[in-house]
Design a protein around this ligand. Sequence first.
Ligand code: NAP
Length: 498
Amino acid sequence: MARGLRLLPRAVGRLRPLLALGATRGFSAAAPEPLHVCVVGSGPAGFYTADRLLKGHEGAQVDIIDRLPTPFGLVRSGVAPDHPETKIVVNQFSRVAANGRCSFFGNVTLGRDISLSELRETYHAVVLAYGAESDRSLGIPGEDLKGIHSAREFVWWYNGHPDMCSLSPDLKNTESAVVLGQGNVALDVARILLRCKSELATTDITEYALDALRDSRIRKVYLVGRRGPVQAACTAKELREILGLKNVCVCIKDADLVTSPADEEEMRNSRIQRRVYELLSKAASAPKDINCNDQKELHFVFFRRPIRFIPSENGSTVGAVELEKTTLKGDEVTGRQLAVGTGEFEDLKCGLVLKSIGYRSLPVQGLAFDKNRGVVPNLRGKVLSSESETATVETGLYVVGWLKRGPTGIVATNLHCAEETVASILEDDTKGVLRAPSDLKKHGRAGLVEILEQKNVRFVPFSGWEKIDSKEKTAGQLRNKPREKITTWDGLQRAANE
Ligand code: NAP
């Protein structure tokens, strides 16, 4: 990884106009001090926050930093390539970036290129929106065998995230893949493994992933859930899509569809759960087309929890997952039905495992972090000093998105989440908490540029992203795709600087 390239003297010169612009744009000497805000993370939560701040405060100057040279977070590296409609939101985010009071600084990593305390000294408000870039772990034996990846890694791989472009999952030496978990991410990765490659060829999936999927020998995908069909975490639209894939035979055991009174109660209380259950029941009883040569199989496996991964004969690659049968038991505290082991075990053979049991946020130095929930403790987006009841509010520090509420929800969920956090910022500003006359002057954008310049951090401005974007679209046209993504750090930095 070639990160943090040193600035050439010529590039330092190029920064100066920006520095000057940041210090003066739109504000005369007599104008009130702008509200300098830095948003860390340029995914949906970050961009919705910037949008609402710019609309809600005419003196707000918002800088968005991101560790990648490219903006848009999960919209670029998480949303499945065959869901182009979900990506249209980038047009709205690009309009936000084009606002004269907003700037993008890609290729800037919090905790490495700039510390949280430096940001807090530079801005009146810092909003952490860096999401969840790690994974929950199962903590069971054999988890580090070859052939076992988190779904996030696999998604980043086919979506061309520069940290995962060399993952190279082995799709050639096995006919069976196990996906652990039954949320929408599990459905995404299963669908990408099973979908006709001709349908994927016209998406923005990376060419190397398309080649690997074309050569894939995987014919059976097992989606394993520790609870039952009523508790499957996916949503109806996504489930309907995978159940309707061409040349895919869906297998569900009738016995797994038997419901208990507690299941019936859950379905009465949740339309989504009822709809998911109905779709699975319908798929179980649908006639199977067994005459097709390139038929693949999608197995929904319920009431099974992973116990350990068993190596194949070579000793280093996964050969099977040992599963324990489960039954459901009501939890008095949460009211949820939880999976409990029955003491009966079985092995499910496979050569590829994708763990899709949830993303996980990472802490940064100088920040309280709830390790159990993987979130920053907060009160309506205001960061708290700890998780305890006596915690105090960290003045000028806010959180939004998955880092605030945990890794759940669709792109649009972040809009409401951002509105709440922005309301907290505006409330604090109105109360005079953020721009107290006694405070040392905060320089916002000009201060950030100065720090980055001192540290020789070569940031990528939005115009750099636009060069990447244009190059990717041109390369995509040659292959009848919306874009061909640039997938390496070096390649992205080169394209941004051309
Ligand atoms: P998720 O919806 O929370 O699903 C996690 C799955 O992992 C659940 O089935 C859960 O089972 C299971 N699980 C968790 N811990 C486990 C363990 N220790 N052992 C076995 N199974 C375990 O998370 P996700 O699929 O990562 O999705 C994240 C969010 O992104 C969701 O809100 C999702 O809807 C959204 N998303 C949306 C789309 C879309 O709209 N197209 C696409 C992708 C993602 P339990 O229920 O038993 O805990």
